[in-house]
Each structure stands twice: as C-alpha cells, then as structure tokens.
Design a protein around this ligand. Structure first.
Ligand code: FAD
Ligand code: NAD
Length: 405
C-alpha cells in the first residue's frame, strides 16, 4: 500500500518541531516523511547575534540535522527550494523536484530592506550562520587592519546598527562585550571605537515596557553605544550611511553597517503564487493556506492574527515552535482520516531581550525582570528550545549550562 508523503520545507524552529513530533507520534507504516533544508545543519536563529558579534563560535549555534532524525521514518534531503507548484503538488529545486501529498512550508524569514537605496549591497543582516560568520570576520578585519591603513581610515572603527528592535538591541549588547577584547587584540584604545544605533521610532523596542526600555538604553549607553532616535536610514553607500531626522540629513561614515530593521517572509512564498504580504501568508486557524487543504504554512512565513485586536502577532521562535506542534497534530489527524483539526492559538509567555553576557531585560508571565534574573530566564528559554527539538542530549551538547553567571 502506498503511504501518504509528508514533505517539510525548512529545518528551523517551526519545521523541526513539526518533524520531531511527527516522528514520535506516527508509525513507520503510516506516512513517508521527508525533511528538506538548505544546509545539513539547523541553526538557532535566536542565537545568531552571538555568532555575528563573535561572542559565541558559530558551531555553538548549529547542530547536525541527521542526529535528530529517526531514519526508519524520515528522509533528509539537503537542497534549496526555489518554488512550490501547488497545482501539481511538487516542490521545485534548481535542477530537481519532489512530489508531496501533504506539505509544510516552514522556510523562515529574510531581511527586508523596504527598497532603501544601496542597503542590500552595502550592509549586513543577521540572518544565517553564513551571514553571521561574515559579519564577525568583517568586524575583526576592520580592527586588524586599522593600524596598517593609516589615519584616513578612522571610520573603520565605526559600527552602525540600523534598527533598535529586539535583534538590534541584542546584537548591540553582544558588541559591547566583544569590543574590549578586539581592542586588546589589536592595540586599539576603546574610546576610538564608535557604535551608533539609528532608530526611526522615538525609542528602542517599540511597544515594550517603557521602564525596561529605559533601563536597556541606559545600560548600552553606559557601555559606549550612541543612540540616534527619531532617525531613519535613507540610503546606504559603501562605508557610508545617510540618515534623516526631521528635515535634517546626516552622512555617517562607517566601516561596518548592520541592517536589523526589518524582516519579511520567504521569497519562495512569493514565487509560488500564494496570496501573501511581504512573503507571508495569512493562514487559516488550522494553519493551512487558504484554498489549499494539503499545504500548511508555519513560522516566519505565516501571519497569525490576534483575535482580540485584529493585529498580527510578531514573527517569533516562540510562536513558530508552537505552530510546529499544532501543525504536526493536524497532520496526524488528516492522515488518520479525522476531520476535527485543531485551531492554533498562541500562548505568549513573554519576551526576554539579552544585553550581552552580563545583563538582560524581560517580561515573563507578566513579571518584569532585569539583570541576573532576566539572564537566567533567557538561558532557560534557549535551553528549552534545544530540549524540545533534540532532548536532553542536545541540551548537554549545545546548551547554555552556566545558568547563574
Ligand atoms: P527559521 O528558524 O529561520 O528556519 C528556517 C529554515 O529554513 C532555516 O533552516 C533555513 O536555512 C531554511 N531555508 C530557508 N530558505 C530555504 C530554501 N529556499 N530552501 C531550503 N531551506 C531553506 N524569537 C523569539 O521568540 N525569541 C528570541 O529570543 C528571538 N531572538 C532572535 C534573535 C535574532 C538575532 C533573530 C534574527 C531573530 C530572533 N527571534 C527570536 C525571531 C526568531 O528567530 C524567528 O521568528 C524564528 O527563527 C522563526 O522560525 P522559523 O522556523 O519560521 O524560521
Ligand atoms: P523589528 O521589526 O521588530 O524591529 C525593527 C526596528 O527597526 C524597529 O524598531 C523600527 O522602528 C526600526 N526601523 C525600521 N525602518 C527603519 C529605518 N529606515 N531606519 C531606522 N530604523 C528603522 O525587527 P527585529 O528586531 O529584527 O525583530 C524581528 C522579529 O523577531 C520580531 O518579531 C521580534 O520580536 C523577534 N525577535 C525577538 C527577540 C527576543 O525575543 N529576544 C530577539 C530578536 C528578534
């Protein structure tokens, strides 16, 4: 008898949660499960700011997909998806294709530059292990060549971070940990280094608790970060960024420009004819794409509406993982010919924003946290994600085990 074939695209939080739950709950003869991912490793997107700043080696933020898979039930294919043909139930690669009966699209997000001139070409975004590794090496290269290229290259030691959302703030925290070490390694005075954060809104972390935001800003300012608020990045050229505040424009020279001011869904979604907004599909309550009863879309390429005020939930790993579980439950129901699919309702436990190794802010179950308590929670959250995907052995291998320091 032919088994139904479930294909999962993307081995991020959403895809891996779907996979691990499916392979646990389903019998070998119930379905053929195929996982597709660009690399043969999973990376913790939520840890990429460490790798980009160089405060954690990139091998700490990724792990081998093959170690998670039950080979009796799952086949892993390393490949880059180009397009999905939902009419023919096929996933297309550059030179190949595979068919599916059920599809889970969990391809995550990409950087969104809103068409701002020169940004794509001249800035970095913290979006993958490859990108993070490039940023770390680029920054180190600026420091390493500072003394060999003379005074006219003062801007080598200027780092601009565009966008003070969670990604920007967490990266700034890591940078302030990393800079003293780079300065020591390359005989540079710390006061020669400039870290500038440009944020379009009146404050970082729009919508987050005001006292905590003030705390985070003061902490980072105390460690040398200069915030330019109400200031928008307008254009980017090689080693140059043009910003605007009110009527005034300013040109900032910088050896490193990081764009952390926008994320979108997947370009595969757009190429595949789904009705979407910036690569994201507004999914049905059961996480299926409208009008496509065998296609689930989860994680950063889905939009989930908050029924209480009709707003969209922000794209987070927290939601992606919960969607993965719900999607697996619904797939199991479909395969077992049940019709009562569950409606996905996110359970938001809170958010914690790290500010480097030594401080953090957060709200967990409605309680405000700063300092060591917030840092502790952040590590618990990070370890929990590993546990959910790979069990205790993954936590021991890759986890943040120094919970109290
Ligand atoms: P991802 O985890 O990004 O996984 C997508 C996977 O698909 C990747 O493995 C990728 O390689 C693969 N892929 C992509 N395109 C293709 C293709 N064409 N073909 C094949 N494979 C492909 N959220 C939180 O809740 N808490 C946090 O603390 C937090 N911290 C963050 C810190 C940083 C620095 C960043 C950048 C984001 C953070 N987020 C956080 C947001 C969170 O990381 C995302 O919401 C989450 O990763 C989304 O999960 P996902 O499974 O949809 O995508
Ligand atoms: P974001 O969209 O949340 O923040 C982007 C920031 O850039 C905003 O403050 C915005 O005002 C600013 N901005 C936009 N255009 C600009 C311009 N032209 N010039 C200057 N500033 C500009 O993006 P993000 O921080 O990458 O977060 C993406 C998602 O990932 C969010 O859902 C976030 O909650 C999640 N995330 C969570 C954590 C955490 O929980 N610790 C960490 C990182 C990311």
């Amino acid at each position: 008898l032919l088994k139904p074939k479930i294909v999962i695209l993307g081995a991020g939080y959403a895809g891996l949660m779907t996979l691990t739950r499916l392979q646990k709950a389903m019998n070998v003869d119930e379905a053929e499960i195929v996982l597709v991912n660009k690399h043969d490793y999973h990376y913790e997107t939520t840890w990429l700011h460490h790798a980009a700043a160089g405060t954690l080696h990139h091998d700490r933020v990724r792990f081998d997909i093959n170690n998670l898979i039950d080979r009796n039930k799952v086949t892993f294919i390393q490949g880059t998806v180009v397009e999905i043909d939902t009419e023919k139930n096929k996933v297309l690669f550059e030179n190949d294709e595979i068919s599916y009966d059920y599809l889970v699209v969990a391809l995550g997000g990409e950087s969104e530059t809103y068409g701002i001139k020169g940004l794509k070409e001249n800035s970095f975004a913290i979006v993958s292990v490859n990108a993070a590794r490039k940023i770390r090496n680029h920054i180190e290269y600026q420091f390493a060549t500072y003394h060999t290229e003379g005074k006219k290259n003062e801007e080598k030691l200027t780092i601009v971070v565009g966008g003070a959302g969670f990604t920007g703030m967490e990266f700034l925290g890591e940078l302030t940990d990393r800079i003293p070490k780079l300065c020591r390694d390359y005989d540079i005075e710390e006061n020669q280094v400039k870290i500038i954060c440009v944020e379009a809104a009146a404050a970082p972390l729009t919508g987050f608790d005001k006292d905590l935001v003030k705390y985070a800003m003061a902490y980072l300012e105390g460690r040398g970060v200069q915030f330019k608020l109400n200031t928008r990045i307008k254009e980017c050229q090689p080693n140059t960024i043009i910003v605007q505040s009110g009527e005034e424009e300013e040109v900032i020279k910088a050896g490193t420009i990081i764009w952390s001011a926008g994320v979108r869904g997947s370009s595969v979604i757009e190429r595949s004819g789904f009705e979407s907004k910036r690569g994201r599909v507004m999914v049905q309550p059961d996480l299926r794409a409208p009008g496509k009863d065998n296609v689930f879309i989860i994680g950063d390429c889905s939009i989930v509406v908050n029924k209480t005020d009709n707003s969209h939930y922000p794209p987070t790993a927290q939601i992606a993982m919960q969607q993965g579980m719900s999607c697996a439950n619904n797939l199991i129901k479909l395969i077992r010919k049940k019709t009562d699919l569950e409606a996905f309702v996110p359970n938001i436990r809170g958010s914690v924003c790290s500010l480097g190794e030594k401080d953090a802010i957060g709200i967990v179950y409605g309680k405000k946290l700063v300092g060591s308590k917030a840092l502790f929670m952040k590590k618990v959250i990070d370890n929990r994600a590993l546990y959910m995907m790979g069990g205790a052995s993954l936590v021991f291998k890759k986890g943040k085990l120094n919970l109290f320091s």
